[in-house]
Design a protein around this ligand. Structure first.
Ligand code: ADP
Ligand code: MG
Length: 149
């Protein structure tokens, strides 16, 4: 397991950390964003999306839609928000398992704590914690060793 801890002092810094993480994974991947309301999950999602060519202005919390889909020229990015999900049946209805099979895909999941048995071991987990008004403690955890390309 690899884990990295960083602290950021502004939303812009969090965005930059996220974009750098995405750029380190040109093959795409599944990213789980965990942390309380206002911790910076959506800002982190914007930075990741930007790394894959999506305009971060288009990235808004899909709290009502549950799943947003963005396409940049080369990529499809799914942005999922589980805030309103209450049980396994609702999770199953999202169809995450179908999406996850596609190669080269980027999947961003806010409130990934709620995934339960739907968690994927290959996902990169990002835990965000509010440490002060404009300070966030961010931990990036990769359970499985990186594949060599
Ligand atoms: P979440 O999706 O976790 O609910 P958002 O990304 O929507 O959180 O919002 C994070 C809020 O915290 C924004 O209003 C942002 O301006 C503020 N903020 C302050 N400092 C930071 C920081 N260092 N990193 C990220 N967001 C920050
Ligand atoms: Mg959000």
């Amino acid at each position: 397991m690899a884990s990295l801890k960083v602290a950021t002092a502004s939303p812009e810094e969090t965005f930059a950390v996220a974009r750098a993480l995405g750029q380190r994974h040109p093959e795409g991947g599944i990213f789980y964003l965990e942390g309380d309301l206002g911790a910076g999950k959506t800002i982190f999602a914007k930075g990741l999306a930007a790394a894959y060519g999506v305009d971060p202005e288009d990235v808004v919390s899909p709290t009502f839609a549950l799943v947003n889909r963005y396409s940049s020229g080369k990529r499809t990015v799914y942005h999922v928000d589980l805030y309103r999900i209450e049980n396994d049946r609702e999770l199953a209805e999202l169809g995450l398992e179908e999406i996850e099979g596609e190669p080269g895909l980027v999947i961003l999941v806010e409130w990934a704590e709620k995934l339960g048995r739907f968690r994927r071991p290959e996902a990169i987990v990002i835990r965000l914690e509010t440490a002060g008004e404009s300070t966030r403690a961010i931990e990036i955890i990769q359970l499985q060793p990186e594949e060599r390309h």
